[in-house]
Design a binder for this molecule. Structure first.
Ligand code: DC
Length: 222
């Protein structure tokens, strides 16, 4: 059995950062499953496929050729790392991710990322659907306002245009869609450790997660 740690939660809770830091610390692989849905959304948009057309989106998902190489995301060999990080790509990802058939098509690919010595998997349904037997599941949450503020800061740091009230509206809209979809809705697994990061720094969240890692895998972290 390859050990897996799942980190789920809505966008802007810092789960990507925590998953990345934790996988580095443990020397494990890292799966950013959101990037996969973002690539699917981007592909659909580029090809003019209607995002609400479940069959067409699922057909794209079956053929999707994604590679995660170091910190880059490649689509058919093209570096799309930056292209998938826009608000528009996030919204498209959330829409294509609502189709059960598209999700099913991406399941085996995600499970195949569990390679020795271990995997830290970040997303919405890592603990509930993709890796339901993971020995450690973390669910990271934070208030929509705080998450929008973090996103605002990130965008400004990149020199991009940002509007805080619009970001709050977008985050709430995406949350509602992710939480209310029929298949694999965003929710904490029954056996997940729930952490609210609203008032915590990245270091504080990482410390708390490491405490859980020590509890579940005492041999891994001194
Ligand atoms: O984590 P993120 O913001 O990059 O994810 C983008 C969208 O992809 C998110 O709105 C919902 C979807 N997603 C999902 O449905 N299941 C996952 N495991 C990861 C992301």
């Amino acid at each position: 059995m390859i050990p897996v740690i799942t980190i789920d939660g809505p966008s802007g809770t810092g789960k990507g950062t925590i998953a990345h830091l934790l996988s580095n610390r443990l020397g494990w692989h890292c799966l950013d499953s959101g990037a996969l849905y973002r690539v699917l959304g981007l592909t659909a948009q580029r090809l003019g496929v209607e995002l609400d057309d479940a069959d067409a989106v699922a057909a794209l998902a079956v053929r999707l050729k994604v590679t995660f190489a170091a910190d880059r995301v490649l689509l058919d060999g093209e570096d799309v790392t930056d292209a998938i990080r826009t608000e528009q790509a996030g919204m498209a990802a959330s829409r294509v991710a609502a189709h059960p058939s598209a999700r099913a098509a991406l399941l085996a690919w995600q499970r195949a990322r569990a390679c020795p010595p271990g995997l830290v998997a970040d997303g919405r349904d890592m603990g509930t659907v993709v890796f339901p037997h993971a020995p450690l599941k973390v669910f990271l949450d934070a208030s929509p306002e705080e998450r929008a503020k973090r996103r605002y800061k990130q965008l400004k740091e990149k020199g991009l245009d940002a509007n805080l009230p619009n970001l709050i509206v977008d985050i709430r809209e995406r949350d509602t869609r992710d939480r209310s979809r029929q298949v694999a809705p965003l929710r904490a697994a029954g056996d997940a450790v729930v952490l609210d990061s609203t008032t915590l720094s990245v270091d504080e969240v990482l410390d708390r997660v490491l405490k859980e890692v020590r509890r579940v895998f005492p041999e891994l972290v001194p």
